[in-house]
Design a protein around this ligand. Structure first.
Ligand code: ZN
Length: 128
């Protein structure tokens, strides 16, 4: 595994721990995620294990929120597909559970943000 010795985690500043270069690859909906792909990433970040895990949660959260915003605006969205919508809802609950069970505060994502999105998505599935 690659490591940056003598560096610190780009998110929480942890030193003296294993750091991993995060290359995010595919987004939650299986699309190529271009912002941090190795070929286009001009400033790779290095995160400790806890932060890299939370960074992945944040990525999924952002993907889902972005698609839900499109759906709310009546645009074409991956969440128009009922199965994807269900999968995204489950993932958000999973993210909340992970955030709640983590003792360290996430520098990326708060469980309140996730809870709010779950509430919005729940409302969207209710008949008006
Ligand atoms: Zn960290």
């Amino acid at each position: 595994m690659d490591s940056a010795s003598g560096s610190s985690c780009n998110a929480c500043g942890a030193t003296g721990t294993a750091l991993m270069k995060l290359s995010l690859g595919k987004d939650f909906f299986g699309r190529t995620y271009d912002r941090l792909s190795p070929s286009t990433d001009q400033s790779p970040k290095w995160y400790c294990e806890g932060c890299s895990m939370q960074k992945n949660l944040q990525r999924d959260f952002r993907d889902i929120r972005g698609e839900f915003d499109k759906l709310s605006a009546g645009q074409v969205s991956a969440l128009s597909n009922q199965e994807e919508f269900q999968r995204a809802s489950l993932r958000l609950r999973e993210i909340t559970a992970i955030l709640t069970g983590t003792s360290t505060h996430s520098p990326f994502l708060t469980s309140a943000d996730v809870t709010q999105l779950i509430g919005r998505m729940h409302t969207a599935t209710m008949p008006a």
